[in-house]
Write a protein that binds this ligand. Structure first.
Ligand code: NAD
Ligand code: PRE
Length: 309
């Protein structure tokens, strides 16, 4: 792989930015990686780990002379960071982000950027429940999707950013922000909310059963606890900024849940069996189609029919 950008500036040095730095190094994709983070402690850890060529004390300083700037902070912090860096950006630079919600980032960042810049929002569909500069690793994006939301941005600048993500190991797809936010509400945001809730319920129950809930945790519940250990700030911002899509999917989820609840209460075994047969067929058809199970069917989400109860 060859160099794609001369200087990449990473703003925020947590899981995603540090993983990008490791993977940029692995692929030789940038001449120089400059990083910065809000807290001195994070900057010191990044210096100690050495995944950036330079760690500087402010975002304004980091973006100077960079031909790619990556905003890797929680979605709720994007606007303030964009305002801080805007006067210092190099002419013709590409500004991207890795936020989990796209329309809100466009609304927050877009107004700060001048016409001579290329603003191409992005979202790698890869992560873990860990955060901070020590949690990053070069393989995070391998064989995962990265969604770019060019939203009318320059074609050559988009191709260049696409090449970077391919160099980081990802498959790249382009999408409208609205569609992105709906797809992710289905595949990521609502599932996280359900995991948070399930672990909360189990914790309530634990008061009754002492440590039994944790002691006898089956694999399914352990997966919920892993997801529910994700960063509270990041997920607070996701739900505050992808409100409409999440509420829409949550509404549909609740309807289905009530239908299943009624089937259990009334002893309607056929309804339960039919439902589980249907969901099993969905999983099997994904595998038979040879699709990576990590990859949602982007075209179909949004046309989903809510099953009538
Ligand atoms: N963790 C995941 O699974 C995942 C996956 C894909 C995308 N994302 C998105 O990537 C972005 C970064 O997530 P992460 O997992 O790397 O988070 P992280 O918590 O590991 O790192 C976030 C970084 O942002 C900095 N930061 C936090 N609040 C800030 C503020 N108000 N102003 C300036 N800097 C601030 C932190 O100091 C830290 O350096 C988020 O927008 C998130 O939605 C996360
Ligand atoms: O694997 C995990 O821990 C994740 O939750 C990663 C995950 C996801 O839902 O798949 C979480 C948020 C992102 O914006 C992208 C990826």
């Amino acid at each position: 792989m060859s160099q794609i950008y001369d200087r990449v500036a990473l703003i925020g040095l947590g899981l995603i930015a540090s993983s990008m730095a490791h993977a940029i190094r692995r692929g030789g994709l940038a001449g120089e990686i400059v990083g910065t983070a809000r807290s001195a402690e994070t900057r010191d850890i990044a210096r100690e780990l050495g995944f950036c060529d330079r760690v500087v004390d402010s975002a304004a300083e980091a973006v100077k002379g960079a031909d790619l700037v990556v905003l890797a902070v929680p979605v709720g912090a994007m606007s303030a960071v964009a305002a801080e860096i805007a006067p210092h950006l190099a002419k013709g630079a590409t500004v991207t982000d890795v936020g989990s919600v796209k329309q809100a980032v466009i609304d927050a960042v877009g107004p700060h950027l001048s016409e001579d810049l290329h603003f191409i929002p992005g979202h790698p569909l890869a992560g873990t429940e860990h955060s901070g500069p020590r949690s990053g690793f070069a393989e995070l994006f391998d064989n995962r999707w990265c969604i770019l939301v060019p939203n009318g941005a320059d074609k050559d600048a988009t191709i260049r950013l696409r090449k970077l993500w391919e160099g980081l190991g990802s498959n790249v797809e382009e999408m409208d922000p609205e569609h992105h936010d709906l797809v992710l509400a289905v595949t990521s945001h609502t599932p996280h909310l359900i995991a948070y809730t399930m672990v909360g319920v189990a914790d309530d129950l634990r008061r009754v059963t002492d440590s039994e809930v944790i002691k006898y945790s089956a694999a399914g519940f352990r997966d919920f606890t892993r997801i529910a250990a994700s960063d509270p700030t990041m997920w607070r911002d996701v739900f505050l900024t992808n409100k409409d899509a999440t509420l829409e999917i949550l509404g549909r989820f609740t309807e289905e849940l009530f239908a299943l609840q009624r089937a259990i209460r009334t002893g309607d075994g056929d309804a339960l069996h039919d439902y589980f047969t249907h969901t099993r067929a969905i999983r099997r058809s994904i595998i038979e189609a040879g699709q990576d199970t990590d990859a949602p069917d982007f075209g179909r989400v949004g046309q989903h029919e809510v099953k009538k109860s």
